[in-house]
Design a protein around this ligand. Structure first.
Ligand SMILES: Cc1cc2nc3c(=O)[nH]c(=O)nc-3n(C[C@H](O)[C@H](O)[C@H](O)COP(=O)(O)OP(=O)(O)OC[C@H]3O[C@@H](n4cnc5c(N)ncnc54)[C@H](O)[C@@H]3O)c2cc1C
Length: 416
């Protein structure tokens, strides 16, 4: 089969806020031919189908997702990046060029292509784990969504949803799902979480609009062709079924790491995205990664800022690269902490975005002390001023990086 073969300077995979941010900055900085590929027919990533406010620089109010997406697209195009949509990167060519460039396999309306790039930026984002990945038993009735699927159905395709809905998960994204359901004319009969009640959840919950069922686990879906209910097991062992025709599984994001995996990039055990350092370098020289692919899920402005921040290291790579990097040291967390990002040390002096690492926890911790250690040696301890809660980022200052022994083993972060 014939393939169109081309060469560019930087190839960016994914036109969400992260890829568009990287494209805008790189094109404006004279990186040469910068091409952004997006598999959807429209660029903008997840914000494209978010009609709620909370995007951009002013998180309260501010722009809606679709306004924000349009602004990101315009900035990348204005800076001179080539943006192509309806084009999917399917893999990496087997015979990579000897000069350290990378060749990607692409399929689009014009057929198959092979593009060789001196640097590749992966910005493929994250996806919510659907019902199947959560191993929820039952038939395969209609009316079962993730938040992204629901938003696309309602906001992009104007499809009808049901009349009585249950939302699984009570993070911010679950509340976005509840808003979308109400916009579509459905009643939210309950929001369900396996977490205990928390003051933060009470603040998030729109007053008195629907009950929040805490410490409850979904054990099955009922209904053969159309959904009729969601079965729950409560902490005390009781089982109940909520009658509904729509259920939305929210949150529980995983990085969209298929392409990274195919390249054989080292993945981080905690984030499940590519392991990376403060310069957004993955384990493969010349391949960078940005946005929610690295840490599902942060705010869109964080993803965009990372894309823009990755431009400087990409430019250094294009210019011949820094001197060979010392062996990176892995960073890892102990339970109940889930992950830390970045999760590798970088070249000397490289600090993560805003001088801090991002972390997540599996359960609520009241103002924990985060202890950083390596080979039994304590490097730092920092007390958080606020509780750490599941589903929300908290941070660890990077001031201790200079104390890491580059020949030592993994740096561990423990909450005490
Ligand atoms: C329901 C919901 C509500 C949210 N609400 C807010 C909010 O109020 N405020 C806020 O700041 N953030 C919000 N977020 C988070 C925000 O959407 C993300 O932080 C942001 O979209 C991450 O940007 P990204 O570029 O990393 O990934 P994405 O936006 O996911 O973009 C990745 C892009 O890569 C493309 N892609 C993937 N693989 C390929 C491939 N192989 N070839 C070509 N293209 C590919 C995808 O199609 C996608 O367009 C919300 C997220 C969700 C799901």
């Amino acid at each position: 089969m014939t393939r169109d073969e081309r060469t560019v300077d930087v190839l960016i995979v994914g036109a969400g806020p992260a890829g568009l941010g990287a494209g805008a900055e790189l094109a404006a900085s004279g990186a040469g031919r910068v091409e952004i590929l997006e598999r959807e027919l429209d660029a903008g990533g997840v914000p494209r189908h978010c009609r709620h406010g909370g995007f951009g620089r002013r998180p309260r109010g501010g722009e809606t997702g679709d306004e924000y997406a349009r602004r990101c697209v315009a900035a990348a195009v204005r800076a001179g990046a080539t943006l192509r949509t309806g084009v999917t990167v399917t893999g990496w060519a087997e015979n990579a060029p000897a000069d350290g460039a990378h060749t990607l396999e692409i399929t689009g309306p014009a057929g198959l292509e092979r593009i060789t790039a001196r640097a590749v930026v992966l910005a493929t984002g994250a996806r919510e784990r659907p019902r199947s990945a959560r191993l929820v038993p039952g038939g395969r009735p209609s009316g079962v969504y993730t938040t992204g699927e629901l938003q696309q159905a309602v906001h992009l395709y104007r499809q009808p949803v049901g009349t009585r809905a249950v939302v699984i998960g009570n993070e911010a994204v679950g509340h976005a799902a509840a808003d979308t359901l109400r916009t579509a004319g459905a009643e939210v009969v309950a929001m369900v979480t396996d977490q205990p009640p928390s003051p933060a959840a009470a603040l998030l919950r729109p007053r008195g609009r629907f009950p929040l069922l805490t410490r409850a686990t979904v054990t099955g879906l009922t209904g053969r062709t159309a959904l009729t209910g969601v079965t729950l097991r409560h902490e005390d062992g009781r089982t109940t079924t909520l009658r509904c025709d729509t259920v939305v599984f929210t949150g529980d994001f995983v990085p969209d790491h298929e392409l990274a995996r195919r390249a054989g990039l080292t993945l981080d055990r905690g984030t499940r995205g590519p392991a990376y350092d403060a310069e957004y370098r993955t384990s493969l020289p010349g391949v960078f990664a940005v946005g929610n692919l690295l840490h599902a899920v942060e705010k869109a402005r964080v993803a965009s800022a990372e894309g823009r921040a990755a431009a400087a290291p990409v430019l250094r790579h294009l210019a011949g690269g820094p001197p060979p990097a010392p062996r990176p040291v892995a960073l890892a967390v102990d339970a109940p902490l889930l992950w830390i990002a970045p999760n590798r040390t970088g070249p000397a002096g490289a600090r993560p975005l805003r001088g801090r690492f991002v972390l997540r926890t599996a359960r609520r911790l009241e103002r924990p002390v985060l202890v950083v250690s390596q080979d039994g040696r304590e490097l730092d301890r920092q007390r958080l001023l606020l509780p750490a809660v599941p589903g929300r980022a908290f941070h660890l200052g990077a001031g201790w990086l200079g104390r890491v022994d580059p020949r030592g083993s993994t740096v561990r972060i423990t909450a005490v």
